[in-house]
Design a protein around this ligand. Structure first.
Ligand code: SAM
Length: 281
């Protein structure tokens, strides 16, 4: 089983599962988009590059904000993940987004092409993050800004913690720890040296912490369950019993989060924000 989340093969197998859930995920994740959009200072008329867009967030939300005079280029390493974005562009009839395959470590754009670069839960997957930061700096116009949302520590993210643990209990090597690619930037200050080395004039990091309370009796984790467990079981000869075992553990994990009749969850994201130097600055 492939567990290297920095590899294109990993994302190719996940693409169809993510695409199926794209519309539900887009609605569910609006609370996460806002702090990223605020950090990037998105405004009407801007030309924005979104990296690792997958099925399209935050690209679609940003497209609404930049309006008809702006444009968003949604990009991803693999076609299978970007397929959700392409479908949604057609379904929603949005004219100010385009989709393009792009490895963030070697961006197929001219220097200074964008006012803003955004990335939600993607920059940590580049095998060479220094190249990605450097490429972002190159394609930003002088004074342009970027904002990258990454995961904070795994234990502070209830959904990931419970799902990843249940999967790891079954498959062993699938466990992901702080320090592994998805959690590479979980610690405060972990992006600073990369912003500096890439030549950004200013950089800062901020925490985004939320503690949603969710009604019991509704399996709110189902979408994430399908996206995370589905690719591991596709074509597996023992899919049904394995799924049943993982499901039991996930249900038990969420049962442990109940406080006063509600699930008490936590989400901990982090945002790294950089500003490209002004010409001659
Ligand atoms: C966790 S998903 C995030 C998708 C979307 N931004 C969201 O928040 O729902 C991570 C995405 O990073 C993409 N990715 C991984 N490595 C990449 C690279 N080197 N360049 C561009 N995209 C990459 C994957 O294909 C995948 O779509």
């Amino acid at each position: 089983m492939t567990v290297d989340s920095s590899s294109d093969a990993y994302w190719r197998t996940r693409g169809p599962f993510w695409q199926r859930e794209a519309d539900l995920m887009a609605r569910a994740a609006q609370a996460l988009n806002q702090p990223l959009i605020d950090a990037a200072n998105i405004a009407p008329g801007q030309k924005v590059l979104d990296l690792a867009s997958g099925p399209g967030e935050p690209a679609f939300t940003i497209a609404e904000m930049v309006g008809p005079d702006g444009h968003v280029v949604a990009t991803d390493l693999v076609e299978e993940m970007l397929a959700g974005t392409r479908r949604r562009i057609a379904d929603l009839g949005v004219s100010n987004i385009s989709a393009k395959i792009a490895d963030m470590q070697a961006l197929p754009f001219e220097a200074g092409s964008f006012d803003r670069v955004t990335c939600r839960y993607g920059i940590m997957f580049a095998p060479d993050p220094a190249m990605a930061f450097s490429e972002v700096r190159r394609v930003l116009r002088p004074g342009g800004q970027c904002a990258f949302m990454v995961w904070g520590p795994r234990p502070n993210n209830t959904m990931l913690e419970i799902l990843h643990q249940a999967i790891a209990d079954e498959f062993g090597g699938a466990n992901q720890h702080d320090g592994d690619a998805p959690f590479r930037f979980a610690a405060n200050g972990s992006m600073t040296a990369l912003f500096d080395a890439a030549g950004f004039a200013q950089a800062e990091e901020r925490e985004v912490e939320m503690t949603p309370r969710v009604e019991t009796g509704k399996p709110f984790w189902e979408v994430q369950f399908r996206m995370n467990v589905g690719p591991l079981l596709a074509g597996h000869p023992d899919a049904a019993p394995i799924e049943a075992r993982i499901r039991k553990k996930v249900e038990a994990g969420f049962a442990d989060t109940v406080v006063d009749g509600h699930h008490q969850l936590s989400i901990h994201a982090r945002i790294g924000r950089g500003t490209a130097p002004q010409v001659g600055g």
